[in-house]
Ligand binder design. Sequence first.
Ligand SMILES: C[S@@+](CC[C@H](N)C(=O)[O-])C[C@H]1O[C@@H](n2cnc3c(N)ncnc32)[C@H](O)[C@@H]1O
Length: 248
Amino acid sequence: MRRLSIIGIGAGNPDHITVQATKALAGIDVVFLIGKGEDKADLAQLRKDICARYIKRPFRFVEAQDPERDRKPADYGAAVADWHAQRATIYERVIREELGASQHGAFLVWGDPSLYDSTLRIVDQVAALRTVAFDLDVIPGITSVQALAAAHKIALNRIGGPVHITTGRQLAQGMRGDDVVVMLDGGCAFNTVEADGIDIYWGAYVGTADEILVSGPLRQRGPEIEKLRAEARARHGWIMDTYLLRRN
Ligand SMILES: C[S@@+](CC[C@H](N)C(=O)[O-])C[C@H]1O[C@@H](n2cnc3c(N)ncnc32)[C@H](O)[C@@H]1O
């Protein structure tokens, strides 16, 4: 039977990788790299370094391109569902054609597969097609949210309180809760929030050598983060940032 592991690799620090992940990697024959064609070289390199370090047998990379995604669809949900269906077709083909009947393949997922990552959903879709059978396991990784909290030396929740994790797009519709973690923010959606009484704990490239951290009252720190963010994005050509908004 084919084996497939979905492995969380942490959010940018090579030391984020867990012992469980290194044990799984040791036996991998094929690593699937499904890119968007615009993948950042540094992030692709981290994946390759992890494989070189932990895979203990001859293995190969199988690369495929993601389908194009409509970035301004009239119906966001339908567009994402359609995009996932197209991706499932690609995943199904590479698993069926590139993984031998008794081989072990892996998808290396940034951070942890449970958080804003579609690999699990797509692999479920592949399994439902019943055209290729495989045993699946999922190995958790350190999310960028955990890395952010550790970098700022903070707990995410107040005593007994909830934490809301959301996207920049959703935050722009309103801040839901007093402790809100924002990911996937293409702009500076914190600007849409009434700043008085809110603290921000912001981090970009968290866990990497380029990490930038800023914290303090949103009213003062917001403009500073906006400037730092634009400069860093121009310097690197890309940015990944996450932040906690905390109502006092
Ligand atoms: C597609 S999501 C993937 C999240 C990932 N599965 C996780 O567990 O962190 C990408 C978003 O994660 C956040 N992110 C990932 N790595 C990061 C890092 N090293 N520093 C700051 N934010 C990061 C950013 O908000 C980015 O827009």
